[in-house]
Ligand binder design. Structure first.
Ligand code: ZN
Length: 170
């Protein structure tokens, strides 16, 4: 069991944009490296779904020196993340911040010379927060096609239901 959660650390899988993997594949890779389980607590595949990795209240294996005090989230890809992934990341981090109000939102690259996750997480979260405090109500942003928008809304509802269940009914 993890005693403290001071940080929410965002990673990427460092895989090409066309590679549609998820938690199952990453778990296999990590088991091959003799981890006891997948290193991350959450994985966000290219389609913007949300998959659980290691149980949320356990110590992960994703950021050397910070595992016992953080949760790890992994976006599948290395750059060019999809709109659906950004939306799911927003909802996941927002929900985690309700559970861990004092947790800092960080990127792996703040603790390592790796590029992971390939963008500045503090800038992203700051921008996201400005959008929220200026009246953003959590609605799914516009996307190009009507059908696609419905799909995304449905997906976000699924993700939120899942989070509410997982994080204990807020
Ligand atoms: Zn990383």
């Amino acid at each position: 069991m993890r005693q403290r959660t001071d940080r929410i650390i965002v990673h990427c899988s460092d895989t090409p944009p066309g590679m549609n993997i998820g938690a199952a594949e990453i778990r296999e890779w990590h088991l091959e490296r003799d981890f006891i389980d997948i290193g991350y607590h959450w994985v966000i595949p290219r389609d913007g779904s949300l998959e659980q990795g290691r149980p949320a209240d356990t110590v992960g294996a994703h950021t050397f020196g910070y595992n016992s005090t953080s949760v790890g989230v992994c976006l599948v890809g290395r750059d060019q993340f999809t709109e659906a992934q950004w939306i799911t990341l927003h909802h996941l981090v927002s929900s985690l911040r309700e559970t861990y109000p004092d947790a800092e939102v960080c990127g792996h690259n703040e603790f390592s010379h790796k590029a992971c996750p390939g963008f500045n997480v503090k800038d992203w979260w700051g921008e996201d927060e400005r959008t929220r405090t200026s009246g953003y109500d959590g609605a799914v942003p516009e996307v190009r096609q009507q059908g696609q928008r419905e799909t995304l809304r449905d997906r976000v509802r699924q993700v939120l239901r899942y989070l509410v269940r997982l994080l204990g009914g807020k």
